[in-house]
Ligand binder design. Structure first.
Ligand SMILES: Cc1cc2nc3c(=O)[nH]c(=O)nc-3n(C[C@H](O)[C@H](O)[C@H](O)COP(=O)(O)OP(=O)(O)OC[C@H]3O[C@@H](n4cnc5c(N)ncnc54)[C@H](O)[C@@H]3O)c2cc1C
Length: 449
């Protein structure tokens, strides 16, 4: 134990155990939603823990409002390639009237916008339909280990006090690798220089005159360039300004939030995050003024939402049995232990810009397999990691971190956790052919033909 004037000793305490579950999923983003649903579908006793009072992760809490990675450009034909639980969720969002038709991105691939309220409600329904217990307003703060590489309990802080939940298998879908880090798993953060993808404060405006705005997503970049020639400065190039389901409401993805040194805000540093929230909102207001002043159709618009938190694209990436790389994405890699596919390209949020790299479409098939090994952290028996904190390199993560890839990883992790309990084996030792067969029978496309 370190000693020093800046350290306080806390008294030892007894912590109440408030439940015991087959599978505990930390985090209710796309990975956690899919992981908990999959485990529930296989009749496991599942607890999902989420610090907010709603599901969706960055998709709702950071106002992303747009699914990427559901599709791939397969030899020139854009197809939906992520199915299974994602289909069930999309259908539920659609039934609530909250899903746009897919739209073309950069002339090469589709994304699909949604309404955050519908996403939250649809995800509640989905989890409840599979018997998952959801504990909202619970922040995971630590683990109790049973033995090296084997987790016994997750510690949480709630309004009702500190508590422990016992689990047989744990799935870290926190996006930030919190659970894995508490358990001592090895991880990386950022590129060789430690720089992560830059965060963005999303926002939405309403009151847009859609007829006057027309296809503003095509004209806004040129208007920004013209404004820059007059001396205006923007946080980054590549603004995304696009309509939501109702044509008067548009999402804006343009801010880029830096720390005092000009590097990407570190989403694991509380002080940087705090300053970043404030700077993100400041940037949103500044860009909104530009929109209202200079973009046709936005003159009477108003900001309808600045989301609960700054959008964090990348923090810890837990080191697993395999790290998905940029090369895997660009070469459309094939893996024998495929659990589904990623069709989203490299989308690197660097200082002042977004840099895209694509497979050689249409010659290439436009998607890579996601291997089961990227979900299996090194040295653990009963821990899986899915979503943006799974085992990927910095650039590999810039692609497979989007929602489509997270749904795929989550469904596979929930199903694998079930199989490890059914076979009484560690997660790393499950029979991958069995996992693949179950995933296929649950509607997942493994990309094998
Ligand atoms: C600004 C921005 C724009 C993006 N644009 C797109 C886009 O257009 N399309 C797209 O598909 N993707 C986009 N992405 C990426 C995508 O949203 C995320 O990568 C994806 O949501 C990651 O899913 P996840 O489930 O791994 O983690 P997250 O979505 O981060 O969810 C993790 C969940 O875990 C919870 N949690 C974390 N730690 C704890 C803890 N200790 N205790 C309790 N709960 C905890 C969080 O509250 C959160 O709900 C964007 C991301 C950002 C930041």
């Amino acid at each position: 134990m370190p000693e020093g004037p800046d350290l306080l000793s806390e008294p030892a305490r007894k912590t109440p155990i408030i439940g015991a579950y087959d599978i505990i999923v930390l985090g209710g983003g796309p990975a956690g939603i899919a992981a908990a649903t999959a485990a529930g579908m296989h009749r496991r006793n599942v607890l999902l823990i989420e610090r907010y009072g709603f599901l969706g992760g960055m998709g709702t809490a950071a106002g992303v409002t747009n699914f990427c990675g559901l599709h791939a450009n397969v030899h020139g034909e854009i197809r939906q390639v992520v199915h299974g639980i994602a289909d069930d969720l999309l259908a539920r969002i659609d039934k609530l009237g909250g899903l746009n038709a897919p739209h073309l991105v950069l002339g090469k691939i589709y994304a699909q916008a949604y309404d955050t309220a519908a996403y939250k409600c649809a995800a509640d329904e989905l989890l409840l339909s599979r018997g998952v217990t959801v504990l909202f307003h619970a922040l995971a703060t630590g683990v109790i280990m049973e033995a090296a590489g084997r987790i016994k309990a997750l510690l949480i802080e709630t309004r009702s006090g500190r508590a422990a939940v016992l689990g047989r298998v744990f799935i870290d879908c926190s996006g930030d690798g919190d659970l894995a880090a508490f358990a001592g798993a090895a991880f990386e953060q950022g590129d060789e220089a430690g720089d992560t993808l830059y965060p963005t404060m999303m926002f939405r405006v309403s009151g847009v005159d859609a007829a006057k705005a027309g296809e503003a997503w095509r004209t806004v970049p040129a208007l920004m360039e013209a404004a820059e020639k007059r001396g205006l400065r923007f946080p980054r190039k590549g603004a995304i300004v696009r309509p939501q389901k109702h044509s008067s409401e548009w999402r804006v993805n343009v801010t880029q939030v830096k720390n005092a040194q000009g590097r990407a805000v570190d989403g694991t540093d509380a002080a940087e995050l705090s300053a970043g929230e404030i700077d993100g909102r400041r940037q949103a207001l500044a860009f909104f003024e530009f929109l209202r002043r200079e973009v046709p159709g936005f003159g009477d618009a108003y900001i309808v939402d600045i989301p609960p938190q700054l959008g964090i694209r990348e923090t810890r990436r837990v080191l697993g049995q395999y790290q998905l790389s940029a090369d895997d994405v660009i070469s459309c890699a094939t893996f024998p232990d495929t659990i589904g596919v990623n069709g989203w390209p490299i989308e690197n949020h660097v200082a002042g810009d977004v840099v895209w790299r694509w497979p050689d479409i249409p010659a290439a098939r436009g998607f890579n397999h996601l291997p089961y090994r990227m979900l299996v952290p090194r040295g653990f028996d009963n821990l899986l990691v899915a979503g943006r904190c799974a085992s990927m390199t910095h650039e590999g993560q810039s692609a497979a971190r989007v929602s489509g890839g997270c749904f795929v990883m989550g469904q596979a992790a929930g199903t694998a956790a079930h199989l490890s309990l059914a076979g009484n084996t560690g997660c790393r030792d499950i029979a991958v052919e069995k996992l693949q067969a179950l995933l296929e029978s649950d509607g997942v496309y493994l990309g094998r033909e």
